[in-house]
Design a protein around this ligand. Structure first.
Ligand code: MOS
Length: 698
């Protein structure tokens, strides 16, 4: 038991190790694929090898004859799904599995073979006979594709302020360049797994996802089941990175098979299946035209971003967000273009939109600084806006300049010779680079309940999800401070759709959303202390959220890095990296640092390694495993430092913003800019891998 003094010290702001650490280290933490539901049978996915066409015939005879096989689920016996089911962007055809004979992309699930064991299911899947009728496919992406059309405006209209042409005509320097990024994958360590079964008239699910409540709602719509009859739990999740932010194909199939075969069904995706069936970040093709006067005042920013998509779903890779927020300019024009192709429908991955978008914008800013002969940090400082450059709305806590100044100081930026290709160490070229960015933050409506227990402790229930970030630990601290007790007095229940409506661990808005609901419930409890225990109060932030005024709510960063380039091989290595973040009040400095460093590692991975290759002839993903799709490994990760400047969100009850993705977003441009500084050659096409460093510049 704590003393009153310990209570007053507060739990928020204290660097506590994660509460679930010992369970994870000891192997006691249960992940989705650890589920042991009695009577479970195993479903194995069969995916289409063709990128467009039809199923002519399925002959399950050979598969059904094998030992242990329970049945084959395909478009002829699968339950009918509701085409209205979707996600944030509207109806999503990638959920409509086994509904007809059409093949809209390579890797589409066409059958689920169900057997007593995983090995039996896999063996039977290998002999399932499917004949296809192949049609010509189109998977070749470019901004100039004839199918290109304006993207949905779910993130707000394209910007169109000022007279771009007149402004550019008066500029001392103009950069006009094209930037490209490839398909990228979430690449979470834990492959997707779900077990689904019917029990007492309810569909019970053990899944790995980023939001049990939101996934349950989508599954209820899809399966035409009363939401009260679905319960999804996701106790521990081995990384999400967006790939578990929506209802996954593994769960759609497990739920259908549990219904058809009336058995608990588990579906584990193999690594190649994760790559082929779980939403990826689309390739982008972007053009930036940006100009400034001789003093480095921006006159115009024009950002056109095209991204690959699928006709099945309305996802938007919001590449132009930072362009509307970061810098003041009299003319800002943005255009988002979607290019529907015969590919897996894309969805959010690690810093969606902003990661590729800020690579383009912040590379262009660096090019402009070089043309003008202005320090890249100064160029950014000279264009700090007072209000939203496009929206005109006030900023809620904007501390980008503090990140720039403090980062430059800590990194030792001021000794830099800004001319490229000046530093060598032996055979290696050395360069430094930086980039700035924002990432949208804020809470979304959620609910929470707190029970004052007989023994003086509190049970806090919120439909949160801890995908490995330490959300449990952060929320325990938030609840402890909100209730004025020591964290030892808090019992936190999360990761269960039965705990009420809640936002997901996504969009850098998980902790903020859940924390607001928890603090609201705690305030209610403290306003009317329980006379009898146990007593439960609940709170819902929907109305408080609706009452918020419109404002620009963002986290900010400045990332500084030093790279070496071997001119003989083209090998780029990051030597050190510093991220300075203005990301609201920091709930737990230890975990926040971990999240920020992790984010920068994924940004490094994006800059130098990750390259989802789609084979033009077959239309297939040609890199569906970690041998083909490289992610940064330990040996690639140098000395990385993450620091937070004082910041808080004045509208948030806890002053917190969101730190989920801000670490990822600015890093790729900082590295690309450092590669230019080292070599004198601008790399505008990610990743900057061996072959690409030696390519002629495009
Ligand atoms: Mo995310 S990419 O906000 O799940």
């Amino acid at each position: 038991m704590n003393t009153p003094d310990e209570c007053r010290a507060g739990a928020v702001g204290v660097a506590r190790a994660r509460l679930d650490g010992p369970d994870k280290v000891a192997g006691r933490a249960r992940y989705a694929a650890d589920a042991q539901v009695p009577g479970t049978v195993q479903g194995h996915l069969v995916t289409a090898p063709i990128a467009r066409g039809r199923i002519r015939r399925i002959d399950p005879g050979a598969a059904l004859a094998l030992p242990g096989v329970v049945g084959v689920l395909d478009h002829r016996n699968a339950p009918r799904l509701d085409p209205a089911a979707g996600n944030f962007f509207g109806p999503d055809g990638s959920l409509q599995l086994l509904q007809d004979d059409a093949i809209p992309y390579a890797g589409r699930a066409v059958a689920l073979v169900v057997a007593e064991t995983f090995e039996q299911a896999r063996a039977a899947a290998a002999v399932l006979r499917i004949d296809y009728e192949t049609e010509a496919h189109d998977t070749a992406f470019s901004a100039a594709h004839p199918a290109a059309r304006p993207a949905l405006t779910v993130f707000g209209d394209d910007a169109d302020t000022g007279d771009e042409d007149a402004e550019l005509a008066s500029c001392a320097a103009v950069v006009d360049a094209r930037y490209r990024t490839p398909e990228q994958h979430g690449a979470a360590m834990e492959p997707h797994s779900a077990t689904a079964w019917w029990e007492n008239g309810r569909l019970e699910v053990l899944d790995c996802n980023q939001g049990p409540f939101t996934v349950a709602m989508t599954l209820a719509t899809l399966m035409r089941i009363d939401p009260a009859r679905i319960r999804i739990r996701a106790e521990h999740v081995g990384g999400g990175f967006g790939s578990k932010s929506m209802l996954g194909p593994h769960l759609v199939l497990a739920a259908m098979a549990a219904t058809v075969f009336d058995r608990p069904v588990r579906v584990d995706l193999t690594r190649p299946q994760v790559f082929q069936t779980v939403a990826m970040r689309p390739a982008t093709d972007q053009r930036i035209r940006i100009g400034a006067d001789a003093d480095g005042r921006l006159r115009a920013i024009h950002h056109e971003a095209a991204f690959a998509s699928s006709p099945l779903a309305g996802y938007v890779e919001n590449c132009t967000e930072a362009t509307k927020i970061l810098y003041a300019a009299p003319a800002i024009r943005t255009r988002l273009t979607t290019v529907p192709l015969d590919i897996l429908p894309p969805y959010s991955v690690r810093g969606p939109g902003l990661a590729p978008g800020s690579f383009a914008l912040e590379s262009a800013m660096d090019e402009l600084a070089a043309l003008l002969g202005i320090d890249p940090v100064d160029l950014r400082l000279r264009n700090e806006p007072d209000t939203g450059p496009v929206s005109g709305l006030p900023f809620r806590g904007r501390n980008l300049t503090a990140c720039l100044r403090e980062g430059a100081r800590r990194f030792g930026w001021h000794t830099r010779d800004h001319r490229p290709r000046r530093r060598r160490e032996g055979p290696l070229l050395i360069g430094t680079g930086m980039a700035a960015t924002n990432f949208g933050t804020g809470a979304l409506p959620s609910s929470a309940g707190i029970t004052a227990e007989v023994d003086g402790t509190y049970t806090v229930a919120v439909g949160a999800s801890d995908i490995g970030t330490g959300a449990r630990t952060a929320l325990t601290a938030i609840a402890a401070d909100a209730l004025g007790v020591h964290p030892d007095h808090i019992r936190l229940r999360i990761a269960d759709s039965d705990l009420g409506h809640a936002w997901a661990a996504g969009g850098s808005r998980g902790t903020t959303s859940w924390a607001w609901a928890v603090t609201s419930a705690a305030a209610k409890l403290r306003a009317a202390p329980p006379t009898t225990r146990p007593l439960t109060v609940t709170a819902d932030t929907t109305e408080a959220f609706a009452a918020l005024s419109y404002a620009e709510r963002h986290a900010y960063s400045a990332v500084f890095t030093e790279v070496t380039v071997d001119p003989a091989t083209g090998e780029v290595r990051v030597r050190r990296m510093l991220g300075m973040f203005a990301a609201g009040r920091i709930v737990n400095p230890l975990l926040a640092r971990s999240q920020a460093v992790g984010g920068m590692i994924t940004g490094l991975s994006m800059a130098l390694h990750e390259d989802g290759v789609r084979d033009r002839d077959s239309g297939r993903n040609a890199t569906p495993d970690f041998a083909g799709y490289h992610i940064a490994a330990h040996a690639d990760v140098p000395d990385i430092e993450a620091r937070f400047v004082a910041d808080h969100d004045p509208d948030d009850p806890s002053g917190i913003k969101g730190i989920g993705e801000i670490g990822t977003v600015g890093t790729a441009a900082a590295i690309a800019n450092a590669v230019w500084h080292a070599t004198g050659t601008r790399r505008r096409h990610l990743p900057i891998n061996l072959s690409r460093t030696l390519e002629p510049t495009t």
